[in-house]
Write a protein that binds this ligand. Structure first.
Ligand SMILES: NC(=O)c1ccc[n+]([C@@H]2O[C@H](COP(=O)([O-])OP(=O)(O)OC[C@H]3O[C@@H](n4cnc5c(N)ncnc54)[C@H](O)[C@@H]3O)[C@@H](O)[C@H]2O)c1
Ligand SMILES: O=P(O)(O)OC[C@H](O)CO
Length: 326
């Protein structure tokens, strides 16, 4: 099986490395010519994953038409670009493994719904979990969720990508896996703010726990299952992302907490902090569907520049605490 990886950012590059390490013929599509030449000539992605040697068997291209030769595609563009890239990619039915973490802003749809709409007939799987690209690319032990409604296809895909150090756990709960990855990015921004503002470890733990309650409420409303949300793609990824400056979302929040202007932090970014794109749409859906998500709402307000941080913190801390199980 030849695998096509669509997206030459840090995560697409790391997943190409996983595929190549497993002996798969691997073609990496990247938007930037400099990424293509860096991977093909120097076996490194110096733009997005500098300093990590890549398998010499990974071939890169900037021509989407070349992906026609692949049996399955691993789709790793940022969430907001996935639709446009899949629309331009060659036709034909082949499994798509979606790896971005987000919700499409304009439609409010989870990414598997977007992919079904753009590529009807292509079987869809979702790969998510606690996975910093730089660790995966170095071959450090990692475990992920692979969600596919068609269990047999999920098993077949697992056989293609599983490695000793890239443990792949299957589920048929696609919505649950996607919601975990999308919501944790927004909560990581909040935890970064707590770090930047020096509010302490207790506050961060409280945010993780109450944020998880928000993730579960939203996930259940979207048709996901509680055990998926408590698994690798939900709680697992939440814990990773809310505790490390390796996370772009956490780092964004930390800089906001330190007093940097949101607009400056978001303009001219080369790397993606998906939480900034997910917060408005997630909050919009939560309000429309009457799902209680105060932390997500606060992050949305903060990123939208609608409120000053100190004012927001005062508002959050003076909310009357409810019952824990609510
Ligand atoms: N980096 C990680 O550790 C990691 C791990 C798991 C999941 N993810 C997810 O993978 C997705 C991709 O993130 P990343 O870290 O690989 O990206 P990145 O931040 O390393 O790089 C940015 C990417 O955006 C792409 N891009 C910019 N404009 C584009 C456009 N108009 N059309 C298509 N692509 C465009 C660039 O080509 C580049 O591939 C995100 O949804 C992210 O949440 C990342
Ligand atoms: O750098 P972040 O915040 O996009 O997080 C990367 C991965 O999603 C961690 O699992």
């Amino acid at each position: 099986m030849k695998l096509g990886v669509i997206g030459g950012g840090a995560w697409g590059t790391a997943l190409a490395q996983v595929a190549a390490t497993g002996g798969r013929e691997t073609l990496l599509w990247a938007l930037e010519d400099e990424v293509v030449s860096s991977v093909n000539d120097r076996h490194e992605n110096s733009a997005f994953l500098a300093g990590i040697p890549l398998s010499e068997t990974i071939l890169a291209t900037s021509d989407l038409a070349d992906l026609d030769s692949c049996d399955a595609w691993i789709v790793v563009t940022p969430a907001q670009h996935m639709r446009a890239v899949l629309e331009r990619a060659p036709r034909g039915e082949r499994p798509l493994v979606l790896c971005a973490k987000g919700i499409e802003e304009r439609s409010g749809n989870l990414l598997h719904d977007v992919a079904h709409e753009v590529r009807p007939g292509c079987p869809i799987a979702v790969l998510s979990g606690p996975t910093f690209a730089h660790e995966v690319a170095r071959g450090l032990p990692t475990a992920v969720t692979l969600a596919c409604e068609d269990r047999a296809l999920g098993e077949a895909l697992r056989a293609r990508i599983n490695l000793v150090n890239f443990r792949t756990y299957c589920t048929d709960d696609v919505a649950g896996a996607e919601v975990g990855g999308a919501v944790k990015n927004v909560l990581a921004v909040a935890c970064g703010v707590v770090e930047g503002k020096k509010l302490g470890q207790n506050a961060r733990a409280a945010l993780i726990a109450r944020g998880f309650a928000e993730m579960v409420r939203f996930g259940l409303a979207m048709g996901g299952r509680r055990e998926t949300l408590a698994g690798l793609s939900g709680l697992g990824d939440l814990v990773l992302t809310c505790n490390s400056t390796s996370s772009r979302n956490f780092s964004l929040g930390k800089a906001i907490g330190e007093g940097h202007a949101v607009a400056d932090l978001l303009k001219d970014r080369r790397t993606v902090a998906e939480g900034a794109h997910t917060a408005p749409v997630l909050n919009r859906i939560a309000v429309e569907r009457d799902i209680d998500m105060p932390i997500v709402g606060a992050v949305d307000e903060l990123l939208g520049g609608e409120v000053q941080l100190d004012e927001l913190l005062e508002k959050m801390l003076s909310r009357p605490p409810g019952d824990e199980e609510d």
